[in-house]
Design a protein around this ligand. Structure first.
Ligand SMILES: O=C[C@H](O)[C@@H](O)[C@@H](O)[C@H](O)C(=O)O
Length: 466
């Protein structure tokens, strides 16, 4: 039964919806953390650990929860020993999405249907590594075989986008577009802020010594990113604070920071609010979609942060309230030139009702202009997705949802789209079975096709491949 054709499809309508409508749709992965250079260089993977465990902080957390020493997670143990440590951990992960994802990846990419555990590990290691050495198992090969049409990476404004340029020339089967993520511009209190400004100056070829120059340069980078196919921005807003001020105040705070003085929380918040408001205007002008990733509570383990840096498995969920600051931010934009298309994600699923209520206040002109993002990170689970979809259907228009993204650092994560589509069809199938939705395959089939692909294709307006 496990992972059979009807995995997660418990009703007849669900099975029809998945097999006849959702399954064959191609993929638009509009938010991920793949490295464009790796995509361009298209090297084969040395082995399954390289493809699976490098950079995958989801797996690292489970291994740590299983008492695996750090040497076998991020340290200098051999790749085989790391793989074996994962294989020993996995049997205890029943019920965790990683249990299903891992086995789905083994099946879909490598045709391995045995369960991975300590006993099966040696043979699976050999079998998969042999496949990974074949020409169609390179980075791009994996993307192609997953029928991915569009990938959006996550990029700093100071990035030269050289690999996106090269990919545009070299790759005709799918497109790789950048996403504008100016966290480093907003994080004025970060010790690396002055160095980042230098990097920005270098990339843009213009001085960034004042707040006005920063704005001009960021606007120019938005144009540059747009030229290279960018149609989305992204922000990590771990804490939402709002304090309106003037450009003159933002300039004074910027100058104070460059002099090396300590900023107060109020100053930081004012600067961030002003800059984000300006950026929202830039996104609107370009017709971009703004993504706000809200309420991660990052880097909770200081020794491990010093050892491994960010995004290594030490992030929690922020349980602060969300509506007041977010409403002020969105409303200010609405009072000005307007809001761009916006996707709101929160790591705290308790925020979903508030986000849904708020986003409904700014819907206009574009179908699904304001979106509740797909279950993010710790919510990227069976129950998390069902919750997000159920609340979205309760409070907005499920049929306009732009659907799934991997948010991943791994080239094997595309099966998450399959998982999502199964959850989606499973949920809609249940509604039909219970008579809460019409058992009308034309209607429901169109809905799942739209959510799987068509909505994203229409909503983001990516440049078409010439
Ligand atoms: O799925 C988890 C993610 O990849 C996580 O690492 C990112 O969402 C990252 O923290 C970010 O802010 O972009």
């Amino acid at each position: 039964m496990f992972l059979n054709d009807d995995f997660l499809l418990t009703t007849e309508p669900a099975r029809q919806l998945f097999h006849h409508y959702a399954k064959a749709m191609p993929i638009i992965d509009y938010h991920c953390h793949l490295d464009p250079r790796e995509i361009y260089e298209d090297q084969p993977f040395n082995n399954l650990t390289a493809a699976w465990l490098y950079g995958d902080h989801y797996k690292w957390r489970l291994m740590r929860a299983n008492g695996v020493p750090e040497s076998h997670i991020t340290g200098d143990a051999s790749d085989y020993d790391k793989f074996l440590a994962w294989a020993k951990t996995l049997p205890k992960a029943v019920g965790n999405p990683l249990y299903s994802w891992t086995h789905l990846e083994l099946r879909r990419f490598f045709g391995v249907s045995e369960l991975l555990n300590e006993d099966s590990a040696p043979a699976i290691w050999e079998q998969v590594n042999r496949k990974l050495a074949e020409p169609e198992f390179t980075r791009r090969g994996l993307i192609r075989s997953s029928r991915v049409k569009t990938i959006c990476t996550t990029d700093d404004p100071a990035d030269s986008l050289v690999y996106h340029k090269l990919l545009k020339e070299a790759e005709k089967d799918f497109s790789v577009f950048p996403t504008f993520r100016p966290d480093k511009a907003l994080n004025i209190d970060d010790p690396g802020f002055p160095a980042w400004l230098k990097a920005l100056e270098e990339a843009a070829g213009t001085p960034v010594t004042t707040y006005a120059e920063l704005l001009d340069t960021l606007r120019a980078r938005v144009e540059f990113f747009h030229y290279h196919g960018c149609r989305l921005s992204d922000h990590a807003l771990d804490v939402l604070r709002y304090r309106a001020g003037s450009a003159a105040e933002a300039q004074a705070i910027f100058a104070k920071r460059l002099e090396g003085a300590e900023l107060s929380q109020e100053e930081i918040t004012l600067y961030r609010t002003e800059l984000l408001t300006a950026l929202i205007g830039f996104y609107l002008d370009k017709g971009w979609t703004m993504q706000l990733h809200i309420h991660a509570y990052r880097n909770n383990n200081t020794p491990m942060f010093h050892k491994l840096g960010p995004d290594t498995g030490y992030d929690g969920i922020n349980d602060l309230s969300i509506t007041e600051s977010l409403s002020k931010l969105l409303d200010r934009a609405e009072c000005g030139s307007g809001l761009p298309k916006t996707i709101l994600y929160s790591l705290n699923p308790g925020d979903y009702p508030a986000l849904l209520a708020l986003m409904g206040c700014y819907q206009k002109d574009t179908a699904g202009k304001m979106q509740l993002g797909s279950g993010w990170w710790y919510n990227d689970t069976l129950s998390g997705m069902r919750q997000q979809l159920t609340l979205l259907a309760d409070n907005s228009l499920l049929g306009n949802f732009v659907g799934m993204l991997t948010d991943s650092r791994s080239f094997l994560s595309y099966t998450r789209h399959e998982y999502f589509r199964r959850v989606l069809c499973g949920l809609i199938g249940e509604l039909a079975e219970r008579g809460e939705a019409p058992d009308d395959m034309d209607l429901l089939g169109q809905l799942v096709r739209d959510i799987s692909y068509n909505n994203a294709a229409g909503y983001f307006g990516f440049p078409s491949a010439e």
